[in-house]
Design a protein around this ligand. Structure first.
Ligand code: ADP
Length: 244
């Protein structure tokens, strides 16, 4: 285990599909307060890496969160340890209201006893999440009629009420308007201050505006890591991007 401040520590992570090394020995340390962008050409292994962290694909190596090993644990167990992710298409319950969506998310993983003790009033953490994601005024709106950006924010809110403190977001601004992107960047900064946020993203302008650090993957390996400026000036990074 690393130092107490090491939030998520990935060591020699490998994911192999029929002999093909999709993730090929990745080391990555993510700290609290980090808004880390994970970039790289198509097929670099970004999604597979996120899948491995969340237990969706089998991996070897080590992923520890505050010292607890995640490799080999089941998806729901990893979620309960505070690691949450979103997918490219928001998966909210369309026919339920914003509040109901958050309520269901908050109930996930709790014991029947904890659920029984809950009253009808809105839990403080739900109220707080509504505020954070900017949907307080839309609490009774069916999620299905929210704007595209608002749906993504709701999904992030669902992770917050599950007490996720490591959030892995897959292309959170894909399909968003300029204003929604700006709003999302500010949201990620707010939540990232106390947590660890990993953003898999193709939008380089969005990355330049909001990343605190960047990791570049290519062919399953980390080829560069640092500030936006550092990775942009890295000859190896320029090569993989020009080469595709
Ligand atoms: P990225 O997200 O960076 O575009 P992926 O993680 O989706 O890359 O994919 C990395 C490589 O692993 C690709 O070559 C892809 O075809 C391969 N791959 C991903 N998932 C599977 C799978 N379930 N079975 C076989 N190959 C896969």
């Amino acid at each position: 285990a690393g130092m107490a401040s090491d939030y998520l520590e990935i060591r020699d992570l490998r994911v192999t599909f029929d002999g093909f090394h999709a993730v090929d020995g990745v080391d990555l340390t993510l700290l609290q307060g980090d808004l880390r962008f994970l970039i790289g050409p198509n097929g670099a292994g970004k999604t597979t890496l996120v899948d491995a962290v969340t237990g969706l694909v089998p991996a070897t190596g080590s992923i520890t969160k505050s010292g607890i090993e995640l490799v080999g644990k089941k998806t729901h167990k990893i979620a309960r340890l505070g690691v949450g992710r979103t997918f490219q298409t928001a998966s909210v319950f369309e026919e339920l209201s914003v509040l109901q969506n958050l309520d269901i998310a908050a109930g996930a993983g709790r014991s029947p006893w904890q659920l029984l003790r809950r009253r009808k009033d809105v839990l403080p953490e739900i109220e707080e999440a509504l505020e954070t994601i900017g949907l307080s005024a839309h609490r009774d709106t069916p999620a299905g009629i929210l704007a595209h950006g608002q749906k993504q924010w709701l999904e992030i809110g669902m992770l917050l009420v599950q007490n996720a403190d490591v959030l892995l977001l897959d292309e959170p601004v894909a399909g968003m308007s300029g204003d929604e992107r700006e709003e999302t960047g500010r949201l990620l900064r707010r939540i990232g201050a106390q947590r660890t946020v990993v953003v898999v993203e193709h939008d380089m302008d969005f990355m330049r505006a909001f990343a605190t650090s960047v990791t570049v993957l290519a062919r399953g390996k980390v080829i560069a890591e640092g500030t936006v400026e550092e990775v942009q000036n890295d000859p190896q990074v320029q090569e993989v991007y020009l080469g595709t």
